[in-house]
Design a protein around this ligand. Structure first.
Ligand code: HEM
Length: 289
């Protein structure tokens, strides 16, 4: 088990508790368990604190989304005949992750370089998203879904492609002429992630690891999505500089709706395992939102 660090704090954001990717949820799904994180954010303070808040809250929400996404895709691959609704929801969860990327990376380039990046460098000079335990299984699961369920996974493939474009757009905006910390520190060869690096990544983003119920994970995600929605109502995502990239613009335009639908789906899932994926597809699609 990894203990979250007590050294780094971001006002109003507590730890998120997640099972290790190899651990199953414990107990019944049950009602979402809301965790005690403060109702209102105190980031009115200044731009740098607001950026830290968004960086941490957006990443923690993404970790929860990744875990749910991995479970959905595993379940779809285990029962290909019944996979359609699960793969459809998975596509929307990837879109929700894309919006969380836009949210996490919504600070200015200047604030990123004066506040966010130095904190990651202080944690480790090669700090990387590659060290995320929850993300690690996803590329292989998405590839497998596209290969085993090509018809059902068309929308998932489009969402995954758009997600890559958003990631590149954020990287280009925040680090316009540079490399990732990992590449700057390690060169271009293959890099194998160690347990120490995974632990360090968890500590940086205040992730505690222990088995929890699915209801608890959903509660933690729902709470974070509510707060992100409230934050975005008060300060919308900045106008993007990547106007020529339609999938990214689509996600930017529809960010509030995509997050609201994710929240609605979570409410349905908390009623019973995979309820919400049966006989219903999310209303949003690249054409309808
Ligand atoms: C906005 C929040 C961000 C999130 C949630 C995020 C997430 C991730 C994740 C999960 C990976 C692993 C991908 C994989 O292994 O397939 C990754 C890798 C990477 N990210 Fe990000 N990222 C963010 C921002 C950035 C920024 C600002 C840059 C700018 C340089 C960047 C550049 C990279 C690069 C180059 C990689 C490849 C591995 C590496 O060189 O570190 N990302 N990111």
């Amino acid at each position: 088990m990894t203990a979250a660090t007590t050294e780094r704090t971001v006002p109003d954001v507590g730890c998120v508790t997640l099972p290790l990717p190899t651990q199953r949820f414990v107990g019944q799904c049950g009602q979402p368990t809301r965790t005690a994180i403060a109702e209102a954010a105190a980031f009115a303070v200044n731009e740098a604190e607001h950026a830290r808040y968004r960086w941490l809250l957006g990443h923690q929400a993404a970790f929860c989304v990744w875990r749910l996404l991995a479970d959905l895709l595993r379940s779809a691959l285990a029962q290909p005949d019944e996979a359609q609704p699960q793969v459809a929801v998975a596509a929307h969860l990837v879109d929700a992750y894309s919006v969380l990327l836009l949210y996490s990376g919504s600070c200015s380039t200047e604030i990123y370089h004066s506040t966010i990046r130095p904190e990651m460098i202080a944690a480790h000079p090669a700090f990387s998203g590659k060290w995320s335990r929850d993300y690690e299984p996803l590329p292989a699961l998405i590839r497998a879904s596209r290969s085993v369920l090509p018809a059902q996974a068309k929308e998932l493939a489009a969402s995954a492609k758009a997600n890559q474009l958003v990631h590149m757009a954020i990287a280009d905006k925040l680090v316009p002429q540079g490399q990732s910390l990992l590449r700057a520190a390690s060169g271009s060869g293959p890099v194998v992630t160690s347990e120490v690096e995974r632990d360090l990544f968890d500590q940086f983003f205040l992730v505690q690891r222990r088995p929890v119920s699915k209801g608890m994970l959903i509660g933690q995600l729902g709470e974070r999505l509510d707060r992100i929605a409230a934050d975005l109502m008060a300060s919308p995502l900045p106008e993007p500089p990547w106007r020529d990239t339609e999938p990214v613009m689509w996600l930017h335009r529809n960010s509030a709706g995509i997050l609201a639908e994710a929240t609605g789906w979570l409410r349905e899932v908390s009623v019973g395992d995979h309820a919400g994926t049966k006989g219903r597809t999310w209303a949003s699609s690249r054409t309808s939102l």
